[in-house]
Design a protein around this ligand. Structure first.
Ligand SMILES: Cc1ncc(C[n+]2csc(CCOP(=O)(O)OP(=O)(O)O)c2C)c(N)n1
Ligand code: SF4
Ligand SMILES: [Mg+2]
Length: 298
């Protein structure tokens, strides 16, 4: 569809219908929620190689309703830093903020973009970085990344991944950035509130969205939202914020749901031995640590 067609210019429709993403794609839902949270704001996106940029389509058509810059895989935080600097030099007649948002996958964030991400965070660049985490290199067939959880089968870990998932929020918090937070597409109010909170903060803001990928996770597309809800309920994916690298706040407490329910719904975890006791002990330890950090912040 044509970018200039006013029929498709509803302001909060960030990702237009008719894009090429798979059914049940958590990344697509995340973009829709982002567009709604940013309704009425002026912003542009910087997107590296990932499913998110394939979704844009081929020039001169686009599935996005805002300006998008496609960057190389490793450089999106550096490119976004440049765009933010240019925006500052050109405030426009109305002086309305012109936000720059990096929208990147876990491969681009946890792995190949880590150097430029760390550098932009350390410089406290005035931009919002959002990683949609589908826990694989989805666009190239589902290879493992350092965000892939232990035991998940991917095309490069056919017997299940041996290593554990990297703790990206804590890595970013160690840069003492003003704001870092996790988001879930199963918690739209929390999602909206945190994005809107970030708009009032200057400097580097980082978000992590748990983004189910039915194609790579071997899950039912219609169950995507339910899956990530289970991840929050069971403590597999914690919803929390970190202010200035030190003040932790938990947004949703796990309700004791057995993580097994979450694992059992995904074929990427089937066909191999899962030591559930080990998983539960490790989750308990992780969430206890988070609670300790949050209680120190009160
Ligand atoms: C330097 C470089 N290496 C490899 C690729 C091929 N490539 C394009 S997208 C992609 C996977 C991206 O994974 P992720 O960032 O997690 O996003 P997703 O595909 O899961 O949406 C790869 C390996 C590339 N474009 N550039
Ligand atoms: S491969 Fe996964 S992340 Fe990519 S469009 Fe399909 S569901 Fe979405
Ligand atoms: Mg990915």
């Amino acid at each position: 569809m044509n970018a200039a067609n006013p029929e498709y210019m509803s302001h909060d429709c960030l990702l237009r219908p008719g894009n090429t993403n798979c059914g049940g794609c958590g990344m697509s839902t995340g973009l829709t929620m982002l567009g709604r949270a940013l309704s009425g704001e002026r912003y542009s996106l910087v997107i590296p190689a990932c499913c998110g940029i394939v979704a844009a389509g081929a020039f001169p058509t686009t599935s996005y309703n805002v300006p998008v810059i496609a960057s190389t895989f490793a450089s999106s935080p550096a490119v976004a830093s440049g765009v933010a600097a240019v925006n500052q030099l050109n405030p426009g007649k109305d002086h309305r903020p012109n936000h720059v948002i990096c929208w990147a996958g876990d491969g681009g964030t946890y792995d190949i973009g880590m150097a430029t991400l760390s550098a932009a965070a350390e410089r406290n660049e005035d931009l919002i970085y959002i990683c949609y985490d589908n826990e694989i290199y989805g666009n190239t067939g589902g290879q493992r990344s350092s965000a892939t959880p232990a035991m998940a089968r991917t095309t490069t870990t056919p017997g299940g991944k041996g290593e554990t998932k990297k703790e990206i929020i804590q890595i970013l918090a160690a840069h003492q950035i003003p704001y870092a937070a996790t988001l879930s597409i199963a918690h739209p109010e929390d999602f909206r509130a945190k994005i809107q909170k970030a708009l009032d903060i200057k400097g580097f803001r980082f978000f992590l969205i748990h983004a189910p990928c039915p194609t790579g996770w071997k899950t039912e597309p219609a169950e995507s939202v339910e899956l990530v809800r289970l991840a929050v309920r069971s403590g597999v994916f914690a919803l929390y914020e970190v202010f200035n690298g030190v003040d932790y706040r938990i947004n949703v407490e796990p309700d004791g749901t057995d993580p097994e329910v979450y694992y059992a719904k995904q074929k990427r975890f089937s066909g191999q031995e899962i030591n559930l006791e080990r998983v539960k002990t490790s989750l308990k330890r992780k969430n206890r640590r988070l609670r300790e950090l949050a209680s120190l912040s009160r």
